[in-house]
Design a binder for this molecule. Structure first.
Ligand code: AMP
Length: 126
């Protein structure tokens, strides 16, 4: 089934400049900004500027230029926020929620970058 993108989602509105954001980094194809309800001292969302619903959509249909730009921007956000291990940081976690089981709230692909404290195990064991 083809992906259907809702261009009224909040991140689409941020990209159109209709809603403010606290930008950490902007590149040709990517925007990174602070999460409005941070779960850790560092909580940045990295989003492609293109209309992709989730990780699988982006990885399948984005151009190589978009994919490279996105990944390099995410790494640069880790560097800028000081969480990169081996570069003076104490580490981080990247998370991308998708769909109902992933409990995705905003249907525009985004990578959460979390750090600045010990984050605990990824999920509790059932
Ligand atoms: P997810 O559950 O993975 O879709 O996460 C969506 C994230 O977007 C949540 O962590 C929200 O706090 C965050 N969020 C929602 N609206 C905004 C906004 N206007 N600016 C920044 N972050 C937002």
């Amino acid at each position: 089934m083809p992906y259907s993108y809702d261009d009224q989602n909040i991140f689409a509105r941020i990209l159109r400049g209709e809603i403010p954001n606290k930008t950490v980094l902007e590149t040709e194809h990517t925007l990174a900004f602070e999460d409005i309800r941070p779960l850790a001292p560092v909580h940045v969302l990295v989003i492609p500027k293109g209309p992709y619903v989730d990780y699988a959509h982006f990885a399948a249909e984005a151009s190589e230029a978009e994919i490279v730009d996105f990944n390099r921007a995410a790494a640069e956000v880790c560097r800028l926020t000081g969480v990169t291990p081996g570069a003076g940081g104490e580490g981080f976690r990247t998370v991308s929620n998708a769909g109902v089981n992933g409990v995705q709230e905003v249907p525009h692909y985004h990578l959460h970058i979390l750090g600045g404290r010990v984050l605990g195990r990824m999920l509790p064991r059932e």
